[in-house]
Design a protein around this ligand. Sequence first.
Ligand code: GTP
Ligand code: MG
Length: 263
Amino acid sequence: MSEETPIKAVQVKLVLLGEAAVGKSSLVLRFCQGDFNENTSPTIGAAFLTQKCRLENRIVKFEIWDTAGQERFHSLAPMYYRNAQAAVVVYDITKAASLEKAKAWVKELQRQANANIVIALVGNKVDLVSDSTTKPTEPTKVKTEENEEETEDNEVDAEEGEEEETTPSPAEENTSDDIRQVPTAEAEAYAKESGLLFFEASAKTGHNVGEIFTEIAKTIPFDTISPKPTTTSSGNNRRSTNNNENNNVNLGDNQQAKKGGCC
Ligand SMILES: Nc1nc2c(ncn2[C@@H]2O[C@H](COP(=O)(O)OP(=O)(O)OP(=O)(O)O)[C@@H](O)[C@H]2O)c(=O)[nH]1
Ligand SMILES: [Mg+2]
């Protein structure tokens, strides 16, 4: 006779898409292991990982498909986004072309994926620019149960020009201007008009990484999704396209979630 209501647990299939080298695997590595690797290898096919995220009233178990960004793997993508409840579409804020590729992925998802799929657009590598508020904070952590609340007031905060009054050194200013190719406002406006969640993040520093997944978990319309048990992979045979769950994983040995994610 416990006083506490048992917490519901739900599985969420999530797919990461985006141009090669934008940092998809690095974001997953950060989320699942709290780690970063400067020298990753390109993903071949796709990698599969899981990580749990605890919300107030439920535990979300993300089943994450980290796809390969190289064009030769594009045709495999539908196998991974089919039946997905969530997608993280990543671009690199220092590469304008990668936003165009991200937009193409969004279009494809909106045409071919689940009608109510939650899509987050993520501009990665904000640590490379000095015009964001990302550098000094949140060194390597992603959100845990305890610090979940931090995320509330910590969403898109990398407004360009936000720091103007602090008179940055010319060198810093130039570096920032030279490197950033996608203004925050431009991507944010696109995300808004397309109905996407939007974040700028850094897999390297961990900035906003946990927040991406927490916001997705909060946004998924669970009440309209038939609940699935959180036990193993029943009911979704998509993974049979790549039935070695650790197939081509280049995220180290993190086939299953270790510490470092939501919970
Ligand atoms: N500075 C910086 N570098 C990053 C960040 N995220 C990833 N990188 C680097 O970018 C390169 C590519 O990262 P990956 O995570 O392998 O990129 P990917 O999108 O998974 O690439 P594919 O698997 O080929 O699609 C690696 O050298 C990473 O170390 C980041 O947030 N900041
Ligand atoms: Mg990869």
